[in-house]
Ligand binder design. Structure first.
Ligand code: UP5
Ligand code: MG
Length: 200
């Protein structure tokens, strides 16, 4: 597909900041198509015949980052699929890409080979808040990485490797930063307010 046919918005934030939850709200009200990089990786991990299952399982459990070729291929295939099938919730198609890019070189690679992003929604949240959300979710989620040890590693990767991506976009004036504490509704109200200011 051509980059001219799509608009891409990245949704970034630490583990448990609420990227998935708030993306669902935005899908409902703004007609975005939601692609979670983590969800695509988890689906690929269990896909019969995938050659990446073990690799993905290892990185998710260790809270480290899957080689970007795998993730970018999953994302661009998912985008192409929506466009080909004509199932986009908006025309021209608008995509929320949640949890990607997590490393500077991924941001550059995606923007050069797939499509430049329009802006970045950054959900800013203190670690204690994210930790308690993840531990609570871990009681029922069945996610391999919702345990104390993996959560600790995910936070570390976020600070060391993924925050520089946010800082880089910030320096280019492309970040909408929203405080992600409080209830789901409170956070969403802040997002809508910022989107309105930005004319989204
Ligand atoms: N919740 C949400 N908002 C709340 C609120 N305001 N108040 C109270 N509770 C709230 O939310 C997390 C939990 O908190 C849920 O139970 C929710 O109900 C509650 P969620 O919306 O799921 O937060 P999210 O930010 O999406 O958290 P998630 O755990 O998905 O974030 P991660 O970034 O850790 O996970 P992701 O799936 O993106 O990635 C997992 C792993 O995949 C990575 O660690 C990495 O190993 C790999 N990966 C890559 O290698 N490359 C990629 O590009 C992407 C992922
Ligand atoms: Mg998520």
């Amino acid at each position: 597909f051509s980059p001219d046919d799509v608009t891409v918005v990245f949704v970034l934030g630490g583990p448990g900041a609420g990227k998935g939850t708030q993306s669902e709200n935005l899908v409902r009200d703004y007609g975005f198509n939601h692609l979670s990089a983590g969800d695509l990786l988890r689906a690929e991990q269990v896909r019969e015949g995938s050659e990446y299952g073990e690799l993905i399982r290892h990185h998710i459990r260790e809270g480290t980052i899957v080689p970007m070729e795998v993730t970018v291929a999953l994302l661009s295939n998912a985008m192409a699929d929506i466009l080909d099938k004509g199932t986009s919730k908006s025309s021209p198609a608008r995509f929320l890409i949640d949890g990607f890019p997590r490393q500077l070189n991924q941001a550059h690679f995606f923007e050069e080979t797939v499509c430049p992003s329009k802006f970045v929604l950054f959900l800013s949240c203190p670690e204690e808040v994210m930790r308690s959300r993840l531990i609570k979710r871990g009681e029922t989620s069945g996610r391999d990485d919702d345990n104390i040890e993996s959560i600790r590693k995910r936070f570390r990767t976020f600070i060391e490797t993924s925050m520089p991506v946010v800082d880089d976009f910030e320096s280019k004036g492309k970040v909408i930063k929203v405080e992600a504490t409080g209830t789901v509704d409170e956070v969403y109200e802040r997002i809508k307010e910022e989107f309105q200011k930005k004319g989204v």
